[in-house]
Design a protein around this ligand. Sequence first.
Ligand code: AHR
Length: 319
Amino acid sequence: MTNRLSAAAVVMISALAVPGSPVRADKKITLGFSQIGAESEWRTANTKSIKESADAAGINLKFSDAQQKQENQIKAIRAFIAQKVDVIAFSPVVETGWEPVLREAKAAKIPVILTDRSVNVKDDSLWVSFMGSDFVEEGRRAANWLVDKTKDAAGPVNIVELQGTVGSAPAIDRKKGFEEIIKDKAKYKIIRSQTGDFTRAKGKEVMEAFLKAEGKKINVLFAHNDDMAIGAIQAIEEAGLKPGKDILIVSIDGVKGAFQAMMAGKLNVSVECSPLLGPQLMSAVKDLMAGKALPKRIVTQEGVFPQEVAAKEFPNRKY
Ligand code: AHR
């Protein structure tokens, strides 16, 4: 198990992308960024990272918050095209439905960088580079921790799953990675699985419903992000059970709120997903504008933080 903080990124695939048209060195670069919303502690940290890095890099940032709606992201991207920004970057709320607007950006010769989440489009030339986490690997790491933690349990190990936003890359991939690890181990059973939309309020609400339906049968909660786990912790306590003890809780992100829950003994592990993508994005934008080719995929390096290391690691956490 790795316990490592890192905002660094490694280049995994070095397919070269078409760079944007070089701009004069004295011209300020304008970047249009469409953010998903403010659904989680993670997202707030991601927005902060992007705004602060743009400022530090001297990039003129046009920032738009889509309030978790794809139609708002599409509108924002169209507005960036109309304003003739130099580069567009966005974190797509869901994977599908982006072809038309991406074709419009390509026709306007504005390069598009994907951050955090990817898109599912047939023509990969519609975007230049994708930087962010490997969500399938995060799901695998969550399951590997659980398998190790419960290796001596006779079973069954009954799991309830709080999924992220329906159709989003992290919800699809984290589920896939988690299931890949447990599928050939008969004692692990996902007995309930439902979306909590990556929010605390929804995480609590859905966990209440799980507890009502399954009660003490639930051994484990796998939450696709820390915010839903934190909401679910409240529901578990209100049901008179001890989160982290009566029900093991595995979640993803590694936000400060999760570390506080681990230090209180209420959350068992958080798999890191770094939101600190701002510096990397700004340097990619500058490279692109200088006529340099970008790697098609840049994967963020991340660790796994079990409860036992939370207090020691907490002072190092940046988000
Ligand atoms: O896309 C990253 C995910 O989106 C984070 O895990 C979650 O907290 C956020 O809302």
